[in-house]
Design a protein around this ligand. Structure first.
Ligand code: NI
Length: 371
């Protein structure tokens, strides 16, 4: 009921801290304003396994009629991160009750700011979230998957997200005397147009790439030639190699056009999430755990998408995977896409997510091997 947007998850952090401390977990010190890193040490030695849940909400006004609808007007858990947090706390609860059996350590990463690049994953990693971690498990709700089921995808599941700002600076002047000016608006328009040629001519058409300019601001008046133009965009690809090339190609294209028109270019990289590449062996752990709980209930193969997710930053460092937890149920209105003001979930997904994650972590820490 009290969602908080990226980097302001203060009450959420305090709430999580209280619950994990109550379960006897050790909260590790981090130099971050929000987020919790907590550790559950089993009574026997063994590997360290991490689980990540993101905790932030979105600046959206909630339009559901749920009894637990957001009380922070203009802020909503429209991406289901409240479900991820609740699932994480559920797993804490389950595993804390059996710590004498655990052969190893569970590190819980309650991560802030997933929705707001550069994101909370890298600061968490810098604060030791992955220290000695053998495997990391993640989850995300999925309204396109029916409740009771899960989705998995080996390899690249989500895209690299390269958020960039281009600032074109020209020379302002009277609308009637363009020859005495450098028009930042016209130059900006040329850049926007040409960026699409990167997609069609510079990268292998077998690899999907999207370059989207979401904002273009230039000019101040009808009869004044624009001094500056701000071009705000994002580029997406599933390929780590293309992800490395895209900022170079964008810069080359924009700066060449600026040079041709006598304008100056400044390019700022706001974020560069890598593609999210799931480890096939870790996905098999998810599948095995799910099967143990729910028999031969179908596991959906999650389609690839050019969406971004900073869980990818953990997967760059250690093997891991993100499971999609089905929350869809049209009968109760749980069929809206992520970030929709009426987004909601079938809460039975909380049990499925908690049970599956607790099972795969138990398996990784030797609890289930002889049963
Ligand atoms: Ni999300």
């Amino acid at each position: 009921m009290y969602p908080e947007v990226a980097n302001t998850e203060f009450k959420t952090t305090a709430f999580i801290r209280k619950l994990v401390e109550k379960q006897g977990l050790r909260v590790l010190p981090i130099k971050m304003k929000t987020g919790i890193l907590a550790e559950l040490k089993g009574n026997k030695p063994g590997p360290t396994i991490a689980m990540r849940a993101d905790i932030d909400a979105l600046p959206i006004t909630e339009e559901t009629n749920l009894p637990f609808k957001s009380k922070n007007v203009g802020c909503m858990h429209a991406c289901g991160h409240d479900v991820h947090t609740a699932t994480g706390l559920g797993v804490v609860h389950v595993l804390a009750s059996m710590r004498e059996k655990l052969q190893g350590t569970v590190r819980f990463i309650f991560q802030p700011a997933e929705e707001c690049p550069p994101g909370g994953a890298r600061p968490m990693i810098a604060n030791g979230a992955l220290k000695d971690v053998a495997t990391i498990f993640g989850l995300h709700v999925d309204p396109s998957v029916p409740v009771g089921q899960i989705g998995l995808r080996d390899g690249a599941a989500l895209a690299a997200a390269i958020d960039f700002d281009l600032i074109v600076t020209g020379v302002s002047g009277h609308a009637a005397r363009p020859h005495l000016c450098v028009d930042a608006l016209v130059t900006g328009a040329e850049i926007i147009h040409s960026l699409q040629t990167i997609v069609s001519r510079e990268v292998d058409p077998i690899s999907p790439v999207a370059i989207t300019i979401g904002q273009f601001q230039a000019g101040t008046a009808r009869n004044v030639i624009a001094q500056t133009a701000h071009i705000i965009g994002t580029a997406r690809t599933l390929s780590p190699e293309i992800a490395k090339r895209l900022p170079v190609l964008i810069e080359r294209t924009a700066s060449s056009i600026c040079a041709a028109r006598g304008a100056k270019l400044e390019m700022n990289l706001i974020a560069d999430y890598p593609p999210m590449i799931n480890d096939a062996a870790v996905n098999r752990c998810f599948a095995k755990g799910f099967e143990r709980l729910y028999g031969n209930r179908e596991i959906i193969t999650t389609p690839q998408s050019l969406g971004g997710e900073d869980f990818a930053c953990y997967l760059e460092k250690v093997p891991g995977a993100m499971m999609r937890v089905g929350v869809g149920n049209k009968k109760i209105g749980a069929d809206k896409p992520w970030h929709h003001p009426a987004f909601m979930v079938d809460e039975r997904a909380l049990t499925v997510g908690t049970a599956t994650l607790a099972t795969v972590i138990c398996d990784a820490l030797g609890v289930l091997s002889d049963q």
